[in-house]
Write a protein that binds this ligand. Structure first.
Ligand code: HEM
Ligand code: HEM
Length: 207
């Protein structure tokens, strides 16, 4: 399997975008439980204002993530995050998925690999999901007239936004839980991905 980029640490730009995006998404899920959107007869509440501004920040961080993934010199290769356009990548994803399933049916934690085709493909889908959420929210912010239930384009982007909302919960729970399991089984060190030092907590250099 060709890997264009070094398989080791995440670059500073990747870590910065990841921390910002993860914190923004946590804010979005939290506020979505208590907010009252602006609509005819209701001025909305402060949690909705926070949802709007943290959502716009999420949009900036998700764009930053795409930029970091495009221009970084080390980290996960694009072809691993988005394997859907290459037969060789899809074959590797299928083989890795079968290996993971084999481990799980033997009640074993799958072997950790930072360049796993399955994990990377799921990370890529997560990035696409957050892009869709932040993108539809931002379009809503730009064109709405104070009513998320309005028809037309406002209705369409809010339909997509609310339809994908439960997938965001699923991604956060699945990805966060696996990260914690791998941290406590010493497969990775969470402090590396969550570090804002230029070279990462665990040493080495980043671009
Ligand atoms: C819902 C918000 C989140 C999103 C959208 C997200 C997205 C991503 C993406 C796209 C990657 C792959 C980065 C790359 O390879 O370039 C990644 C890696 C990672 N994430 Fe998250 N993440 C989120 C929340 C979290 C949380 C809450 C944790 C910790 C509990 C976490 C821990 C990690 C770790 C440790 C890695 C590196 C995995 C490795 O190197 O093998 N993430 N995340
Ligand atoms: C990654 C970014 C975002 C995430 C994860 C997110 C998440 C959510 C969630 C979970 C809901 C509740 C859906 C439901 O219960 O049916 C929601 C609703 C909503 N969001 Fe976002 N959001 C994001 C960005 C934005 C942005 C940027 C805006 C606008 C500036 C926005 C505006 C709204 C509105 C107006 C609703 C209410 C829709 C309704 O109840 O009619 N969101 N969002």
């Amino acid at each position: 399997m060709p890997t264009a980029l070094a398989p080791t640490k995440h670059s500073f730009a990747t870590r910065l975008a990841h921390i910002g995006l993860a914190l923004a998404v946590l804010t979005q899920l939290g506020t979505s439980q208590v907010m009252e959107p602006v609509e005819p007869g209701s001025a909305g509440n402060a949690f909705f204002t926070l949802h709007e501004y943290a959502g716009l920040a999420a949009f900036a961080f998700v764009l930053g993530f795409w930029m970091a993934a495009t221009f970084r010199r080390r980290g996960t290769a694009w072809g691993l995050l988005l394997p859907w356009f290459s037969g060789a990548r899809l074959a590797a994803l299928w083989a890795d998925s079968k290996a993971h399933l084999g481990s799980l049916t033997r009640f074993r934690i799958p072997v950790y690999d930072a360049q796993s085709p399955l994990a990377s493909a799921v990370h890529g889908l997560g990035l696409l999901l957050m892009t869709a959420m932040a993108g539809t929210g931002t379009v809503y912010y730009a064109i709405n007239a104070g009513n998320p239930d309005a028809g037309g384009l406002v209705g369409l982007v809010m339909f997509v936004h609310t339809s994908l909302a439960n997938l965001v919960w699923a991604y956060l729970i699945g990805h966060g839980t696996l990260a914690l399991i791998h941290h406590f089984t010493q497969n990775l060190d969470l402090r590396e991905m969550w570090s804002l030092s230029r070279d990462g907590t665990t040493g080495g250099s980043a671009n």
